[in-house]
Design a protein around this ligand. Structure first.
Ligand code: ADP
Ligand code: MG
Length: 282
């Protein structure tokens, strides 16, 4: 299938600082692609290049098979939506008024306001003025605006960083539904649980370099030490490694009916990141 985003040897320098070093990846239509990395690893810079807000120092970036710089052109504005913390909302207007304005700007039917409010669970708060909103509510209004014109491609830069778990879950469900309808999603986060829940593939970014790209399941298998934990009836826990010795021991416990629980010790995405980079995702 054709790539919606194609990035080859992307480099971005700010003065002497290299924010991106030789970054390459490609994203297919319909994927939810997670870009995971700690603060300062280059996530937002990548989104800015892909949406023509910055020009790379070197390398190539294509979106919808056009150079990313083309994304600032009017003909492309309906093709994608971006959520960043830079809101562009009218502070003295209500949530609803902000969404209606956007609706008119994109020539959308006014019913899309209702859908968007439901998407972010803000129907009851529609009359609140934007300058009175909490950070989490603001983030939801921006998300509502981002998805309103139903673009085939979404760039979401830490979309749930200010949300409580209930609203985050509501948003995850909505994003999954959009994805099932064909929307491709480029998501940056440092929330590993979120990445694991939503993403078909993830890339680990560290200091401007991609350290690994794959599906969460494949990464867990690759970085698993193949061990499992056995819990015995007396509460003792034993870590058993794959191999004959481990198997013999486990058989003995089983014959004596001593095993109460058994589970594999899969690494979390966070564990893998630490293993790869020696640092935490936070
Ligand atoms: P992330 O989104 O992963 O937190 P960023 O892409 O914002 O990381 O930043 C990557 C690096 O580039 C950081 O070291 C940041 O300080 C630097 N950087 C980002 N934007 C600029 C800019 N406009 N001018 C100078 N340095 C920048
Ligand atoms: Mg950022």
């Amino acid at each position: 299938m054709k790539a919606i985003i194609e990035v080859q040897n992307l480099q971005m320098k700010f003065g002497k600082e290299e924010a991106l070093k030789n970054v390459s990846f490609s994203i297919k239509k319909g994927e939810i692609f997670g870009f995971l990395g700690p603060s300062g690893s280059g996530k937002t810079t990548t989104i800015k290049i892909l949406t023509a807000q910055l020009t790379q120092t070197n390398g190539q970036a294509f979106v919808f098979a056009q150079p990313a710089a083309e994304m600032s052109k009017v003909k492309n504005k309906e093709k994608f939506g971006i959520l960043t913390d830079n809101s562009g909302l009218y502070q003295r207007l209500s949530i609803e008024e902000n969404l209606l304005l956007y609706c008119h700007l994109y020539n959308l039917p006014e019913s899309t306001v209702e859908e968007a409010l439901a998407f972010v669970n803000l129907q009851k708060d529609r009359k609140k003025r934007v300058n009175q909103l909490s950070k989490g509510m603001m983030q939801r209004v921006i998300l509502a605006r981002t998805i309103m014109h139903k673009p085939p491609l979404l760039f979401l830069d830490e979309p749930t960083s200010a949300l409580d778990p209930v609203n985050a879950q509501h948003i995850y469900n909505g994003l999954r539904q959009l994805n099932e309808l064909g929307t491709t999603i480029f998501l940056t986060t440092h929330n590993m649980a979120e990445a694991e829940l939503l993403c078909d593939r993830i890339a680990f970014l560290h200091k401007g370099e991609i350290r690994e790209i794959d599906s969460p399941a494949a990464l867990k298998t690759k970085y698993s030490d193949q061990s499992f934990t056995i819990e015995l009836e007396n509460g003792e826990q034993h870590v058993v490694h794959n191999g004959e010795q481990g198997a013999t021991q486990v058989m003995e416990w089983m014959k004596a009916s001593r095993v109460s629980r058994m589970y594999s010790n899969e690494p979390t995405l966070g564990d893998i990141f630490v293993q790869l980079t020696g640092s935490d995702l936070k």
